[in-house]
Write a protein that binds this ligand. Structure first.
Ligand SMILES: C[S@@+](CC[C@H](N)C(=O)[O-])C[C@H]1O[C@@H](n2cnc3c(N)ncnc32)[C@H](O)[C@@H]1O
Length: 285
């Protein structure tokens, strides 16, 4: 593939599956396993989704089970949770992590094409809607598997200006490596404001849309910790692209990233990032 080639829909999806299969164990260890920074959303989402004992819940793009395990505890033995993800490696971790398996089922599938012969009380989806190139299609597809008056509950990152953990690095790296995020990748920022998010959910036929905005805090350590951990947990294809830079370019890039973090750096040298997230709930009419 040449550097500037635009990925087709299918190529984007295949690349994403490969990335998540490779990165899932590190993602779990770094983020999903803990209730830190943005992952304080996990308990909030499960609370707002109004999940009750006996409910049938679909956790779309369940990943390594960050919220699936909480939902399983809430629905109890009379309920069921189905976790769906397109990464086998993420599902394997989720299965291993969750001890009580009696009310759990996992399905390896693309959210766009998932089919069920049952209907759910609640559909949850945390930190994944922006990855779906045809998000509207996914939403309309899952709507048919929600019971009447069933709840859709989503968590999204705020747009990039409100999540400097991402933008401090990405704004600079994309200047040094223009195809760092390949063409054909959907704009991962597009649901980062309440108005854009609401428009998509409403256009997909959901009603009673409520969006709560939170600003959590994330402490990645010193700048050196932040940068080293970013590289350590990064997906392989992105690591490879960074490796193509000369030592001088890497040095310049790192300096510019450091500049971006200064507004969030305390006298002690520790960075404290704000991290905006949105939690949406809506109903199937
Ligand atoms: C950031 S992780 C979120 C996982 C989990 N919900 C959490 O809160 O930790 C995004 C997940 O979306 C999954 N994903 C991306 N595109 C998908 C698709 N089209 N269908 C199903 N899962 C998808 C990835 O495999 C990955 O596990």
């Amino acid at each position: 593939m040449t550097k500037s080639k635009k990925l087709t829909h299918l190529e984007y999806k295949k690349r994403l599956i490969k990335i998540w299969n490779e990165v899932a164990p590190r993602y779990h260890e770094r983020w999903a396993k803990y209730d830190i920074g943005p992952f304080r959303s996990s308990s909030e989402l499960v609370k707002l989704a109004d999940i009750r004992p006996g409910h049938m819940v679909l956790d779309l793009a369940c990943g390594t089970g960050a919220i699936t395990k909480r939902i399983a505890a809430k629905v109890g033995s009379s309920g069921t949770v189905v976790g769906v993800d397109s990464s086998i490696s993420a599902i394997k971790i989720a299965k291993k992590e969750i001890n009580n398996k009696t009310n759990l089922d996992f399905v390896l599938s693309d959210a766009e094409f998932i089919k069920f012969n049952k209907k759910f009380d609640v559909v949850t989806c945390q930190y994944a809607l922006f990855f779906f190139p045809k998000a509207g299609k996914v939403l309309r597809n899952i709507k048919q598997y929600l019971k009447k008056n069933g709840t859709l509950a989503l968590t999204l990152h705020g747009n990039k200006d409100t999540v400097p953990y991402f933008s401090s690095i990405l704004d600079v790296v994309e200047k040094f490596i223009p195809d760092y995020v390949p063409q054909g990748t959907p704009n991962l920022d597009r649901f980062g404001t309440s108005s854009n998010l609401k428009k998509t959910i409403s256009a997909s036929g959901f009603t009673d849309i409520r969006i709560l905005e939170y600003t959590f805090t994330y402490r990645p350590g010193t700048f050196s910790d932040y940068w080293q951990n970013y590289l350590k947990y990064l997906a392989k294809p992105l690591k490879e692209k960074i490796k193509t830079l000369s030592a001088e370019q890497r040095g310049k890039m790192k300096d510019q990233i450091k500049q971006n973090t200064l507004p969030y750096t305390k006298k002690s040298g520790q960075i404290v990032f704000p991290w905006k997230i949105l939690i949406l709930t809506a109903k199937k009419p």
